[in-house]
Each structure stands twice: as C-alpha cells, then as structure tokens.
Design a protein around this ligand. Sequence first.
Ligand SMILES: C[S@@+](CC[C@H](N)C(=O)[O-])C[C@H]1O[C@@H](n2cnc3c(N)ncnc32)[C@H](O)[C@@H]1O
Length: 194
Amino acid sequence: MSVFDSISSLYDRGMLPLELLLLRRLRQQIFPALRGAVLELGVGTGVNLSLYNGHADVIGFDASAEMLSWAARRDTCTPLRLVQGDAQRLPFADRHFDIVAASLLFCSVADPAQGLAEARRVLRQGGRLMLLEHVRGRGLGRCLTDLLHPAWHAWSQSCHLNRETVRTVSQVGFDVQRVERHVLGIFQVIEALG
Ligand SMILES: C[S@@+](CC[C@H](N)C(=O)[O-])C[C@H]1O[C@@H](n2cnc3c(N)ncnc32)[C@H](O)[C@@H]1O
C-alpha cells in the first residue's frame, strides 16, 4: 500500500487551505483550456476533473488505487477513463496524446527524469506538457525549501520540497515555453513542447 493509499480520505481536506490560498486559482488557469487527447498523470482524488470542458478526452492516471477511487466519484463533463499504473512506465503507445498534464506529481515520483521522459514519449510531436508543481524556490524560497526538505521528506515518505523540475523538464528534451512563478518561486506553472 502506498502513502497516498493511506491518506486518500484525508487528502482533499488537508489540501483545502492551500487550495483556497493559491492552488484553485492556478488550476482554473490551466485545466479548462486543455483540449484533445489529454493524459493527466498523478490525477489523485481528481481535483482537476471538474475543471475540464467538454473538449478534452481525458485519461486520469495514478499509482494509487485509493486515490483513483475518490477520482471516480467526481463529476466531470469530459469523457474520462481512469487507469492505475506508474508514471515511470506508461502503458501507452508513443505519440498518442495531445497534452500531458500533472499537478503536484513530480515532487513525489521516485525518478522524475524517467517520468518526464515517458511523458515526452507518449506526446505527439509538438504536443504540450502542462505542469503545476511545487519546486525548489528562489532567494528566501530556496532557503526555506532546502531547510524544510529533510524533515518534510522523512515525514511524508515521498514528497521532495526542493526539486529543480524545470531543469529536469528541459534535460529530458522538452522545449520549455513558459514558467510562471508564485510564492517565492516555490509554486510553478510550467508549459513545454514535446
Ligand atoms: C500530491 S498528490 C497530487 C494529486 C493531484 N494531482 C493534485 O493536484 O492534488 C500526488 C499523486 O501522484 C501519485 N503518484 C505519485 N507517484 C506516482 C507515480 N510514480 N506514478 C503515478 N502516480 C504517482 C500519487 O498516488 C498521488 O495521487
């Protein structure tokens, strides 16, 4: 059983303060605009699912059966299929999706470069990667994320506070188009072409 299986029933309530302060606004910027064949990695309890409009055909993918069971209860107006598996070994053909999206995923994937390389493999040529991630901050944000990372990682058993996700996105071959930074650079919206 994964950490996320055991916290699935508490996840949405635990995230509520952060959702109200920041995340909901950023999710609303990203997900309603997605169109075509969309793979949402680390879909979790499905917090983004109600935001898709009817123009996206979505596969929600996650390692945790319990998180997916909450996602299955969400209302969404988009065609949706939920699939369980590991983002580091995607069970999809090359160049299959128009968009790969994820929120708060690559902080907890064991090998983010492998996960991002898989995301790139399944994107059609010119397809888009859309991420909302928390990462290593800038300035004071960097000090904070570096300082808090060891204790947070030990407690959460999976989440890294100070990953350089944009750099990894670039290293696996994506063409980074846009990085929007929030809260000392700790939260980022990252858009890249495959
Ligand atoms: C912090 S939650 C984020 C959930 C949701 N995307 C959100 O924005 O609230 C991370 C999710 O990623 C999933 N996850 C972590 N590592 C994964 C992996 N290697 N493959 C697939 N899903 C993974 C977890 O099961 C969990 O549901």
